[in-house]
Design a protein around this ligand. Structure first.
Ligand SMILES: CC(C)(COP(=O)(O)OP(=O)(O)OC[C@H]1O[C@@H](n2cnc3c(N)ncnc32)[C@H](O)[C@@H]1OP(=O)(O)O)[C@@H](O)C(=O)NCCC(=O)NCCS
Length: 145
């Protein structure tokens, strides 16, 4: 399986992934639909049309890539899909010089993924999430050859 651009046919399955992966604050169908046409937006999935098992959303704004969402169905984790999606967001944002993201301080899997990809914490937003958890702000300089 390889990454491809998301389509409207994928939205129901992505909503289902949102509910499984981000149960406390899932994006809605309408929010996700807007991402299909956002200027500078990158919305990619892995899986058959209408049946993605993983997805990621980024915004390429001037020389920055903002990683907003990356999620893999629990049954498909630890097979490299998270890494593949993160690499593809960067590949599809050719003008970006830095990638930025926020992650819950207690999200061990996501922090493991980001650290493996050379993202480093550059700040903290105390009690950023509704349950009081801090957000770590991570940055990765993007060197391209
Ligand atoms: C975070 C997430 C996207 C990782 O996806 P994945 O497909 O399992 O990740 P990969 O298989 O590509 O893992 C790549 C590397 O990340 C690190 N990693 C991944 N999961 C990890 C875990 N549970 N604990 C520690 N490190 C982990 C490892 O270094 C791994 O390499 P390895 O498998 O060779 O050891 C997935 O766990 C997920 O969807 N979580 C719920 C949604 C979420 O929290 N998203 C991030 C919000 S900021």
């Amino acid at each position: 399986m390889s990454c491809r651009e998301a389509t409207a046919a994928d939205l129901d399955a992505v909503v289902a992934l949102e509910l499984v992966c981000f149960a406390e604050d899932p994006w809605t169908w309408g929010m996700l639909k807007d991402e299909l046409t956002r200027p500078g937006g990158v919305f990619i999935v892995v899986g058959e049309p209408g049946r993605p098992v993983a997805f990621a959303i980024g915004w390429a704004v001037l020389d920055e890539l903002h990683v907003l969402q990356v999620a893999v169905d629990p049954s498909a984790r630890r097979r490299g899909l998270g890494r593949e999606l993160m690499d593809e967001l960067v590949a599809r944002s050719p003008a970006a010089e830095n990638a930025w993201l926020e992650v819950r301080r207690d999200n061990v899997a996501a922090i493991g993924l980001y650290e493996a990809l050379d993202y480093r914490a550059v700040g903290c937003r105390p009690r950023y999430y509704t349950d009081g958890c801090d957000a770590l702000l991570l940055r990765r300089p993007l060197t391209r050859r």
